[in-house]
Write a protein of this length. Sequence first.
Length: 238
Amino acid sequence: MRDAELKEQISEVFEANYHVYGARKIWRELNRQGRRVARCTVERLMRELGITGAVRGKRVITTLPGGQAERAPDLLDRDFVAAAPNHCWVADFTHVKTWAGVVYVAFLVDTFSRRIVGWSAATVKETVFVLDAVEMAIWQRDRDQHPVQPGELIHHSDAGSQYTSFRLAEHLDAPGIAASIGSVGDAYDNALMESTIGLYKTELIKPRRPWKSLSQVGSSWPPQSGSTGTTTADSTVR
């Protein structure tokens, strides 16, 4: 009978504090209210109720090694110097925390100019959202009268599952873009994109927090409208 009463009291404290209190804070609150109970009892009953408090600073993992397609070779070997535009695009994505949940933002950077040529935002880190960034980049280059030429462009990324999928491999092969995959956890290999993402978060995301939703993040880049009315990312990272 005592467990049933305590579960009800624990649930009341949990609900009253927006589902963020963990066992320690609920235990303290119950004791402040004069309900003497051991902390281990609170922990046990919370497990039985299936409730947990909020965890501060929980890490969001973006790079997950994948094995869906035969892994592409590393065609760059850390040499990101390009002789002209549309010779090397480097891809990666990051996350932005919003009130509605985590939003993932994918980028494509042309290593010749350090220009962001394509980007995409989504609530799931699946292949489709990195495909959208590639589609934007191809469309934008066509619009700027600098179309991608078959056999000239390398698309380089890390070994995340989104970039090793059959779907992306086929998508890159169709316009004659060569896929290149770097090493997992290689800081030097990913340095260019780390710099781009760092500037994105420092100059845009952090000063404008809090973010509320996918739509707000998705419309946050300084827009440049093309003839189709599509908003594009046309910034040069310096």
